[in-house]
Ligand binder design. Structure first.
Ligand code: QAP
Ligand code: CO
Length: 171
């Protein structure tokens, strides 16, 4: 297994629209294993392939405290089940150090393939519903900062650009 490099906002590669997976084969499963390792190392609760510069429709999520509930979503699609929204503080491994409130529907139905390529359906609520929507946004080139004010987004962008410049001078 391997730790993958996570792209950070405002990297334009995070705006790529991911392609559907045609075959869930060993190469895809290796990527999924590396994505879990990368997410657990961070640590994080969700990671989309887009964030590691692989533009395929693959997401991994684990909301547990002890890595005990790994969820794999390949070619995921969701449908909103309620008009009710949850306002939740979101973060992102691609926007390190920043957290902002985002409102999203709090009950969804997900359809996806698992790591064996088998279709499944899942009704998700609250944090899981929010996390799935956040990760599926990545596959469409969207970030949680697109859901907040331009002022806040521009402040985050300039702080991260400063950080990246500093990292560049040390490398
Ligand atoms: C998406 O985010 C999410 O800033 C997953 O310095 C988060 O795993 C959906 C992380 C919250 C809904 C609610 C963020 C790690 C991890 C950071 C993550 C950081 C280190 C974020
Ligand atoms: Co994210």
């Amino acid at each position: 297994m391997a730790l993958l490099k996570i792209l950070e906002f405002p990297d334009p590669r995070l705006r790529t629209i991911a392609e559907p997976v045609e075959q869930v084969d060993n190469e895809v499963r290796k990527l999924i294993d590396d994505m879990f390792e990368t997410m657990y190392d961070a640590p994080g609760i969700g990671l989309a392939a887009t964030q590691v510069n692989v533009h395929k429709r693959i997401v991994v999520i684990d909301l547990s405290e002890d890595k005990s509930e790994p969820l794999v979503m390949i070619n995921p699609e969701f449908e909103v089940l309620t008009g009710e929204e949850d306002k939740m503080q979101e973060g992102c491994l691609s926007v390190p150090g920043f957290y902002e409130n985002v409102e999203r529907p709090n009950r969804i139905r997900l359809n996806a393939l698992d790591r064996d390529g088998k279709p499944y359906e899942l009704i998700a609520e609250e944090l899981l519903a929010v996390c799935i929507q956040h990760e599926l946004d990545h596959l469409n080139g969207k970030l949680f900062v697109d859901h907040i004010s331009r002022l806040k987004r521009d402040r985050i962008r300039s702080k991260l650009e400063k950080k990246h410049k500093l990292e560049g001078t040390h490398a």
